[in-house]
Design a protein. Sequence first.
Lengths: 117, 112
Amino acid sequence: DAGITQSPRHKVTETGTPVTLRCHQTENHRYMYWYRQDPGHGLRLIHYSYGVKDTDKGEVSDGYSVSRSKTEDFLLTLESATSSQTSVYFCAISESRLAGGSTDTQYFGPGTRLTVL
Amino acid sequence: SQKIEQNSEALNIQEGKTATLTCNYTNYSPAYLQWYRQDPGRGPVFLLLIRENEKEKRKERLKVTFDTTLKQSLFHITASQPADSATYLCATPAGYGQNFVFGPGTRLSVLP
């Protein structure tokens, strides 16, 4: 999984509790992404980062926040988890974004399965 | 906004045959399109990229075509093997300055 780790790999939590997922990379890539994957919806972008402390919203950002204090770490926080946030969460990295070539290739982590009861 | 449709949710094929998967995009004509493979319980893995000015791209037993007139990409696996069984995703930039959009994937099963 190309030098990307995610923690935890599995988590069960209760509605209303805060949850933080961590993504760590050893590739020194500039761009980092958080996706969720649900049956019938495919991968949907939550937030992405284009540098330390530089982040932007994706397609499904409501209820999520992110932070990137170091190049290698990208955190996803659910401030108050809801059952609709039960999903598999993937972190991805890329050298470039929309540069038009192979450096846009995204490398994915192993995923975190989150269940909100 | 850009949407991607993949021809079927699941495709079963006999070992040794050619598997053909379809990816259709609805709006913006992308500069390129990517194909990824995803195994159960794992993240997607990049396979191939094809640019809009390339009609065909090959990598070993894989072949990808890109038809901007039909707004379609075809992904072929020749001489398919049970080890090719996985979900295959296509992805494109969603539009100028926009992020990637992924298709829902096609789950391919190659039967021995």
